[in-house]
Design a protein around this ligand. Structure first.
Ligand SMILES: [Zn+2]
Length: 305
């Protein structure tokens, strides 16, 4: 049984991952899935997808979300030898506490207002303390809020005071403003991610299976929005809208397995398959039938020979 670390960078676009050298280095020295779709277009859905599987978070007509009755998270199906830790700087995951169900140790931000993310360095310090005092095998889910908007751009994005974290609004920006924001976002990713990634990798050493990915991307003008989604007040509509935008839907994804040579897997992948991909390293049973069904579907669509 091996230590496993999952690192999530919130709102990290597929293309920004390519322009941040430290991230690109990780992707290129791992098993890299460059054509990966997110399990959702906002933090709760995608986190549910990664930890519980793709269709386990239900949205009801009244806008209330719940987990399907049979839903089991990766933390709940781990062999008993495992210690599990869940750490996040995204306050949204404090609200949807059902999503860290099953973890033995949980650290999330205290809710101090409508917009209260916690800096990655602080989140990491809690993870480091837990990692040091915990015996292997460990299973650690580490979600950084960076590089989530708003950025300090001088351009009004969905303001924190409006209680809107992701910037879902149609703000009527010009193309120049979108381009400027995208550039700023790239620079923000380039400055915030490398120290967090480096320290996280240092924390676990060379013998740990490490996944680096994002919960969803972010549009900067694509689809005429500056957004991911959804806005809770028009949830179904926004989920549908933001899912149409590749900049929101595509995310970086790579698994570093000690002793395994670097490679690229070019056919489509979805982060909701995380459990299936990690099953062999976590010594949990994988649903081989379901995996086979996915392969058959991809073949029938012409994606695989
Ligand atoms: Zn998110």
């Amino acid at each position: 049984m091996r230590d496993v670390l999952i690192i999530i960078f919130d709102c990290l676009r597929h293309d920004h991952a390519l322009t941040v050298p430290a991230l690109r280095d990780f992707m290129e020295s791992s098993r890299w899935y460059p054509n990966t779709l997110s399990a959702g277009t906002a933090t709760p859905q995608s986190t549910a997808g990664m930890l519980f599987g793709g269709d386990q978070l239900l949205v009801h007509d009244d806008g209330v979300w719940s987990l399907a009755p049979q839903a089991q998270s990766l933390a709940e199906v781990l062999p008993t030898e495992y210690s599990s830790g869940f750490f996040t700087g995204n306050f949204v995951l404090s609200i949807f506490s059902m999503l860290h169900r099953g973890f033995g140790h949980v650290w999330t931000p205290k809710l101090t207002g409508t917009f209260c993310p916690v800096q990655g360095a602080e989140v990491l310090s809690h993870a480091q303390a837990w990692w040091q005092e915990t015996k292997p095998p460990r299973f650690c889910y580490l979600h950084f809020f960076e590089p989530h908007p708003p950025y300090t751009t001088g351009i009004p994005m969905a303001a924190p005071s409006e209680g809107v974290a992701g910037g879902y609004e149609l703000l009527g920006m010009s193309e120049e403003e979108h381009a400027y924001l995208k550039t700023r976002a790239g620079a923000h990713a380039a400055s915030t991610i490398p120290p967090l990634l480096e320290a996280s990798l240092q924390m676990v050493g060379d013998e740990t299976v490490v996944v680096v990915t994002s919960d969803h991307g972010q549009a900067f003008g694509e689809g005429n929005v500056c957004a991911h989604g959804p806005n809770p007040s028009k949830l179904v509509e926004d989920l549908d809208l933001t899912w149409q935008i590749p900049a929101v839907r595509r995310v970086p994804f790579a698994i570093r397995v000690p002793g395994e040579e670097a490679s690229r897997v070019l056919w489509p992948m979805c982060t909701s398959w995380l459990g299936k991909y990690l099953a062999p390293y976590l010594s949990i049973a994988s649903d081989e039938d379901e995996r086979q069904t996915i392969i058959e579907q991809l073949k029938s669509l012409g994606y695989m020979a």
